[in-house]
Write a protein that binds this ligand. Structure first.
Ligand code: SF4
Ligand code: SF4
Length: 331
């Protein structure tokens, strides 16, 4: 699928990048590659209090239905290898860890990385669970959560490799598109492409009451404009027909405990939700482990009272983070 983007500004950035890409470094990676497909994040390497000791590449997808990162491992393992090798070189780490579902273990071996597998059950592929359950005993039993891990998606490492090898910044984002009939297809579009162009490509029509979700059924957000652009981290777009959407009128918590039973972070959600609903976010953080939440969305999914717990949690974290940023600025 070919859709034009703003060629002029892309070219200017490309010209500047070309000058530095002969000598890949963390600094020029941070300055030029942060918005590439897969949204590679380099800030973590500049945290002097928590030096990065391991690079983890996710050849798995972190929400249901998405197949974007598995696609890169399955169909483009050489590009994954190129990206990993380059990343390790500029970071000065001898090898990376590639996380894949069991069925991709064999093909993943060609990457030269250390291979670890996760089972396909949600939410096994969440970075926090990988850190806790898969990497905890890696390297002499030292916990990586204490020594620093940098996570990259398989798509991001492919983009990093392509950028340095060609001198051009790749803009094509691979997205899993799920249409109203439930059909799942992969599409490659430039970052910034409006939703309407993708709908046109698949002859999909939106009617009143239909829902568009960017980011997966468990963790995604609804968007309300067909102009909404594909972002560097948009792995999946789902279109839901109005008839498939369950009405959600939330009622008071009945203390059934279902959310607590499914929570992978072992949070007392039945108590936490009371503080969140009252807007008492600091108490929620101090007393009920708000920040242990890995944002898997399971609690909202199972809640008998249809309380949007996950959305309350996101709002609380966002509010507290904004307050902290404002305090730091005024300090
Ligand atoms: S989203 Fe809900 S179930 Fe998932 S970790 Fe957070 S509180 Fe627990
Ligand atoms: S699942 Fe919903 S109703 Fe049940 S305890 Fe948790 S918040 Fe309350």
């Amino acid at each position: 699928m070919t859709i034009d983007v703003d060629g002029e500004s892309a070219q200017t950035v490309d010209e500047s990048f070309k000058k530095v890409c002969q000598a890949p470094s963390l600094e020029n990676a941070r300055d030029f590659l942060a918005g590439l497909p897969g949204n590679p994040e380099f800030k973590v390497f500049f945290d002097t209090e928590k030096p990065v000791k391991a690079i983890v590449v996710l050849g798995v997808d972190d929400d249901l239905l998405s197949t974007t990162n598995q696609y890169f491992v399955k169909n483009n393992i050489i590009a994954v290898k190129t990206g990993i090798d380059l990343l390790c070189k500029i970071v000065g780490i001898s090898s990376a860890i590639l996380i894949v579902p069991q069925h991709l273990e064999q093909v993943a071996k060609s990457s030269g990385a250390i291979i670890k597998t996760v089972d396909s059950e949600y939410p096994s592929a969440q970075p926090e669970l990988i850190t806790r359950h898969i990497l905890e005993t890696y390297e002499d039993g030292q916990s990586k959560s204490k020594s620093g891990i940098a996570f990259f998606s398989a798509e991001a490492v492919c983009a990093i490799g392509a950028a340095y090898n060609t001198g051009k910044l790749p803009l094509e984002k691979t997205v899993t598109f799920v249409s109203k009939d439930g059909k799942k297809r992969l599409v490659s579009v430039p970052i910034g492409t409006p939703l309407q162009d993708i709908l046109n490509e698949f002859n999909e029509t939106l009617n009143d009451g239909d829902r568009v979700i960017y980011g997966g059924p468990m963790k995604g957000i609804s968007v309300f404009s067909t102009e909404y652009p594909v972002q560097p981290d948009t792995d999946i777009i789902i279109i839901q027909d109005k008839g498939q959407i369950t009405e959600r009128n939330d009622t008071a918590c009945i203390n059934c405990g279902e959310c607590v039973r499914v929570c992978p972070a072992n949070i007392q959600i039945n108590l936490l939700i009371r503080f969140l609903e009252a807007g008492q976010y600091e108490e929620a953080a101090d007393l009920y482990d708000l920040y242990s939440c890995i944002e898997c969305g399971f609690c909202s999914y199972v809640c008998e009272s249809r309380i949007p717990i996950f959305q309350h949690i996101r709002l609380a974290k966002h509010t507290l983070d904004s307050m902290k940023a404002a305090e730091d600025t005024n300090a």
